[in-house]
Every structure is written in structure tokens, then in C-alpha cells.
Ligand binder design. Structure first.
Ligand SMILES: *Cc1c(COP(=O)(O)O)cnc(C)c1O
Length: 430
């Protein structure tokens, strides 16, 4: 099929994320990707600012990850996980238990982030049921949170920017606390917790768990909040006997400058969701970890098992490439790299603070965000970025990047200059 025919077919027949098939946004055909470069079919090369949605932390087409996949293909691309097990799954689970905050030592593998969240919610519900607290069957989450697109996950996403209204007759009814307002450096006083503590205390008999994205709220608004606030919420959960679910699908594996964002607050959740960068962006895989207390309580109850089992659970290819990706991360000086990216983002995005259309600049680890005063024209900005030779995909009122950790300073400067240019010229695009 010619390139034109491919694009026409794509426009006519294939859904892209959150788009119309009557009036789709333009898409750019990719020929290949290598390191921090995405090569388009017309030969243009774009510097990657997105890590393909937090996932591709080591860059594209990485020889070590390629080899891990190829070698596993020679052994077994897939076997069912019911009644069978394999070394890649065992080694990966061992590594995840070692790497994640203390106390999380039971692992459930699934095939995407949203499913990992469904699994976490289910674990919390089965846990409460097993201890004779079946009425604890609602969740509390934070406004501006994002936890995925499946129904359980949607029901704990931000009630205004999420899809609650669209599916209101079908979605489980949960509770929402105000979005965290304390900035990263904020020390937090008892007042910070007043509203959420009231909510928790009023509804504690029906709350199974609090679910949140630790320190960085991603797709719900790219907001960064104080680790002190997170630590306070951990204490509240313990005091009021509700579980804490940390969704580290976006923040995990070094993105915020710590291996996991929970480490900023030195806390352990009861349940932890991982995904996105787990396989270095090679395959769709996710994991939900929980404490022995949660796992054993579930299994002592009725029906005595945890009720979930995806077809591609612990897929050997995905486990092998995840092992290789985490190996690469551990052997690299990722912390230095991410902190250097953070420094450079802070200094190069600082001038945006003075631009009239920029409301706020936010940076943490390898995340740089310009929050604009109003919604940005995605298609127009996209064209501008491609002309500038960079791949940055804005949404809502956010122009943001989270580049692969291997990005070189010169390339990062091209990303930040393009962001500043966009912020300066946005009026002409509206
Ligand atoms: C992306 C994301 C999800 C959903 O993961 P999918 O793999 O897209 O299903 C859930 N939670 C957070 C915090 C995410 O960033």
C-alpha cells in the first residue's frame, strides 16, 4: 500500500486515542525509531520528548532489550500462567519485590496499566470482604487524578475532566477529595489535611481504600505535590483503617528522581500499581504488588482465591524484556541522569514564567510542564513541533515533556526551546 493509501485507510478505519473518526486529528507515519529519534516515513527525524507516554525510558531500538526479546522468542513467546510458571516471571517478581518500597512482597502480573488498577481495586474489595467488612466497598481518590480508561479505573479518575458524566448510569459511585494544593517543597500543616480527613472520617465505614498517584498527578493535569502531603495521607489511611493504593504506573522506574515516587515520602502503600516503563516501552505489561497482610487476608476469606487471571498474564516475552530494562536501569547512572535533566529543565524553562499565556511552570525529575492559561490547539502545535524537529504532544492546557533518560543536553535544549517558542507563539495558532 502506498503511503497515501495507508494514511487514507487509517483516517477512515482506525481509531486513535480519544479521537473522532469523522474529523480525526492528523497522524504522522513512523518509519522507525532509534535512541531518542523518531524517524518519519518522509525521512524527517524528530527528537522524542514523550518517551511514548512515560514508557520508553532507555530510548528506542535498544540492542540489550532487542536481544532479550529475541532470546526469549527462541524459548517460548508465550505459555499460559494457569498451572505453569517460568524463570522470567519468577526473576521479575523477585526484582520488583526487592526494588519497591518495603512490605510489598506479593505480585500479580497483568497486561496493561488500567488492568493493574482494576486488580488493585478488586484486591482492596476482596480484602475488606474477607475481614468481615463488606460494607467497605467504595473508594476515595484525589481530584485531578488519572488511573486508566477501564470502568473501575474511570470511576476513580477526576470526576470533572474524566468520563464520569458520559457513563454516569453505569459507573460505581466513589468519593473525591480536593486535588492536593501543597507544592513540592511545602511542609504541610494540619490545615492541609482538614478537608480530606473529614471526608475519610465521615465515610470510613464504607471506604475500602484511598487510591492516588504519589507526588505527580499525570494525565489528569500534570500536577506535582508535596511528599509531606503523601506522608500525611499514609498516616490517615492507617489511622482510619483504609488501604492505600499507590498508582505508580507513570511515576515508577526513576521518572521523578527516585526509583518510585513513594520514596520521596519514605512511605509504603498497601497496594502498588506498575506499568508503562516496566518493559522499557517494549511491550504492554503491568503488575500489582501487595503486602502479605492483604494477600493472606484475601486468601483466608471466601472464595479463598484472588479472582482475576488474564490470558496473557506474565507473558514470557514481556517479563524478559522487563527484566532487561530494569537491569539496564540499575546498571546505568539513572539517578544522575534524571537529576541533570531536572536541572536543565529548571533553568531552561524558567523564562516561561514571564510569558503572559503561561500560568505555571512545573518540573520534577525528567518531567517538564508548562501549564497554559487556556486549552492549547493540539493539531496546530503538533505541526509546529514537527517543523521544529521535535515530538511533543500537548493536551488540555498542558505543553509538557518527559524525555527518555538517555537524552543528550543538546537535544533536551531543542525540546525546551520548542516549548518556549510554542508558549510565545500560541496566540497566533489559536
Ligand atoms: C497510563 C496510566 C494508567 C493506565 O495505563 P494503561 O496502560 O494506559 O492502561 C493508569 N494510571 C496511571 C497513573 C497512568 O499514567
Amino acid at each position: 500500500m502506498s503511503l497515501e493509501d495507508q494514511l487514507a485507510f487509517d483516517r477512515e478505519n482506525i481509531w486513535h486515542p480519544y479521537t473522532s473518526l469523522l474529523d480525526p486529528l492528523p497522524v504522522y507515519p513512523v518509519e522507525s525509531a532509534s535512541g531518542t529519534r523518531i524517524r518519519l516515513a518522509d525521512g524527517r527525524e524528530l527528537i522524542d520528548g514523550m518517551s511514548s507516554w512515560w514508557a520508553v525510558i532507555h530510548g528506542y531500538n535498544h540492542p540489550v532489550l532487542n536481544r532479550a526479546l529475541l532470546e526469549q522468542t527462541q524459548k517460548a513467546a508465550h505459555v499460559m500462567f494457569g498451572g505453569l510458571t517460568h524463570e522470567p516471571a519468577v526473576e521479575l517478581a523477585r526484582l520488583l519485590i526487592q526494588l519497591t518500597p518495603a512490605g510489598l512482597d506479593k505480585v500479580f502480573f497483568s497486561d496493561s496499566g488500567s488492568v493493574a488498577v482494576e486488580v488493585a481495586l478488586k484486591m482492596a474489595l476482596q480484602y475488606q470482604q474477607s475481614r468481615g467488612k463488606a460494607s467497605k466497598n467504595r473508594f476515595l481518590s484525589l481530584k485531578r487524578g488519572y488511573h486508566g480508561d477501564t470502568f473501575g479505573a474511570m470511576s476513580v479518575c477526576d470526576p470533572d475532566t474524566g468520563m464520569h458524566r458520559l457513563f454516569s448510569g453505569f459507573l460505581p459511585q466513589n468519593l473525591f477529595a480536593p486535588a492536593p494544593e501543597c507544592a513540592f517543597e511545602h511542609e504541610c500543616t494540619p490545615e492541609c489535611f482538614h478537608e480530606i480527613e473529614e471526608l475519610i472520617s465521615t465515610h470510613r465505614r464504607k471506604l475500602a481504600a484511598l487510591i492516588l498517584e504519589p507526588v505527580v498527578q499525570g494525565a489528569g493535569g500534570m500536577r506535582i505535590y508535596s511528599p509531606k502531603y503523601l506522608a500525611g495521607l499514609r498516616r490517615l489511611c492507617t489511622n482510619y483503617d483504609i488501604l492505600l493504593i499507590a498508582d505508580e504506573i507513570a511515576t515508577g522506574f526513576g521518572r521523578t528522581g527516585k526509583m518510585f515516587a513513594c520514596e520521596h515520602a519514605s512511605i509504603s502503600p498497601d497496594i502498588l500499581c506498575l506499568g508503562k516503563a516496566l518493559t522499557g516501552g517494549y511491550m504492554s505489561q503491568a503488575a500489582t504488588l501487595c503486602t502479605s497482610e492483604v494477600a493472606e487476608t484475601i486468601c483466608r476469606g471466601n472464595p479463598g482465591v484472588f479472582m482475576h487471571g488474564p490470558t496473557f498474564m506474565a507473558n514470557p516475552l514481556a517479563c524478559s524484556v522487563a527484566l532487561a530494562s530494569i537491569g539496564l536501569l540499575k546498571d546505568s547512572n539513572w539517578k544522575d541522569r534524571v537529576l541533570k535533566i531536572q536541572e536543565q529543565l529548571r533553568s531552561e524553562l524558567a523564562p516561561a514564567d514571564d510569558l503572559p499565556d503561561v500560568r505555571r511552570v512545573r518540573t520534577l525529575g525528567a518531567i517538564g510542564v508548562l501549564e497554559m492559561e487556556s486549552r492549547v490547539p493540539t493539531a496546530g502545535l503538533q505541526r509546529m513541533f514537527v517543523r521544529e524537529g521535535v515530538w511533543i504532544r500537548p493536551f488540555l492546557n498542558l505543553i509538557y515533556i518527559m524525555p527518555p533518560y538517555v537524552i543528550q543536553p543538546g537535544d533536551l535544549s531543542r525540546l525546551t526551546s520548542a516549548m518556549l517558542k510554542a508558549a510565545r507563539e500560541i496566540r497566533n495558532l489559536l
